[in-house]
Design a binder for this molecule. Structure first.
Ligand code: AMP
Length: 403
């Protein structure tokens, strides 16, 4: 497999699958992290003397328009990204208002070294998500080298993320720098972890995290469980959890996971106490309670001080840390303390030499919010893709380049 940095793009047209699915509100990009993450790859192509043809999806145009007929394709257009991308790159980015039209083909064909073309949203065509071969074939004609730098969609077998790779020989397809970085961070944790290896799993639902916990039972020495999902584990053991979040159909699953962990010698750490609230609201009345005895009509919305002290100790003794999911409802000030304390502990462990990877949705939002993003080893840009990787699944976008 070709390493991106070993390839000379001089005179080449690189067709790069990026993930520019950035949040846009009232026409303004509110978080450009994903665009910035793709810049090193694009810049290397241009610096070598190549040109870049960028393709991405944005939202779910066809599905959303079906549900809300007042929306139009224009509401999903990537043209809204052109001026910001141009200023970040210092290059006037050209735009093709369709990804496979004759106009797109002629704009791609006439690109000069140093120039960049952005194609319109791939998901204007249903063929993209269907992984349609003919559609992938048309896209493939636009460039002479294929670069996949969209880790965020690597778990999808879509036309532009996986199927397209079959149209390029092995020496003309590769991962971009972001994808390489994401993969090496994930591999470091899953395959080269130094022990003790602690996985911190939080968030709302056990059902979303069963597969990842099961797979981590084969790898981790310790698994910390926090957030809303912890209460299902307490209820399963006969505890009173009041009105806390609980998946009653997962009580057996929780017990099975604990039994499996015991058999494998993996320590599952549950939070001993919680910050409890009389309602799910920012202005709720709060108190603290042991998780074994949360009063009726109260709900646990954050881990308590005993849990924080316990978890901090485990984290600070770890050499490898994976963190997915917040410890509480960190979006509300009264319930952010636990998640913030865990972010601090992960940062401290990292400073003391541990390798830490934060990824998968809300834990990334949390480290960004609390200012710890540059104090951990790696913050992943891939939500669902990272979760599936840690569930032990083969990601189609990765497999397509490797085969
Ligand atoms: P997930 O997407 O599964 O990682 O879940 C993240 C969401 O879980 C966040 O929006 C949190 O507000 C929410 N959450 C975390 N802890 C709790 C809790 N104790 N009760 C209810 N929701 C929670």
């Amino acid at each position: 497999m070709i390493k991106f940095n070993n390839y000379n793009f001089d005179g080449r047209k690189a067709l790069i699958r990026v993930d520019f699915n950035v949040p846009i509100k009232d026409g303004k990009i509110t978080d450009d992290t994903r665009i910035r993450a793709a810049l090193p790859t694009i810049k290397k192509v241009l610096d070598d003397g190549g040109s870049a043809i960028l393709m991405s999806h944005w939202g779910r145009p066809l599905k959303d328009i079906e549900k809300k007929p007042d929306l139009t394709l224009a509401d999903f257009s990537l043209s809204r990204i052109v001026s910001h991308l141009s200023s970040l790159l210092g290059v006037d980015v050209q735009f093709a208002d369709d990804c496979i039209s004759d106009d797109a083909a002629s704009k791609a064909a006439s690109l000069q070294p140093g120039q960049v073309l952005l194609l319109e949203n791939l998901r204007y065509y249903k063929q993209e998500e269907k992984g349609d071969k003919e559609f992938a074939g048309k896209l493939s004609k636009l460039g002479d080298v294929y670069v996949n730098d969209a880790f965020g969609t690597a778990h999808r077998a879509h036309a532009s993320t996986a199927v397209i790779a079959d149209f390029f020989p092995a020496d003309k397809k590769m991962f971009g720098l972001l994808m390489e970085g994401e993969l090496s961070a994930a591999e470091e944790v899953l395959h080269n972890s130094k022990k003790p290896f602690t996985a911190i799993i939080g968030g709302a639902k056990v059902s979303d995290k069963i597969l990842i916990i099961e797979n981590l039972l084969e790898k981790a020495t310790d698994i910390i469980i926090g957030g809303g999902m912890a209460y299902t584990f307490f209820k399963a053991q006969g505890c009173h959890i009041g009105n806390s979040l609980c998946e009653d159909d997962r009580l057996d699953t929780a017990l099975e996971l604990m039994k499996k962990a015991d058999e494998k010698g993996v320590c599952i750490h549950l939070p001993a106490d919680s910050i409890i609230a009389d309602k799910f609201a920012a202005d709720a009345t709060t108190s603290s309670a042991l998780n074994a005895e949360i009063p009726a009509n109260w709900m646990g919305l954050d881990i308590g001080q005993m849990a924080i002290d316990h978890f901090k100790k485990i984290i600070c003794e770890s050499k490898t840390i994976l963190w997915n999911g917040p410890m509480g409802v960190f979006e509300m000030e009264k319930f952010q303390h636990g998640t913030k304390a865990i972010a601090e502990a992960v940062a401290e462990a990292t400073q003391n030499g541990a390798y830490s990877l934060v990824g998968g949705g809300d834990s990334v939002a949390a480290v960004n919010k609390f200012g710890f993003a540059d104090k951990v080893s790696y913050v992943s840009t891939g939500g669902g893709a990272l979760l599936e990787y840690f569930e032990g699944k083969e990601l189609p976008g990765i497999a397509a380049i490797k085969k």
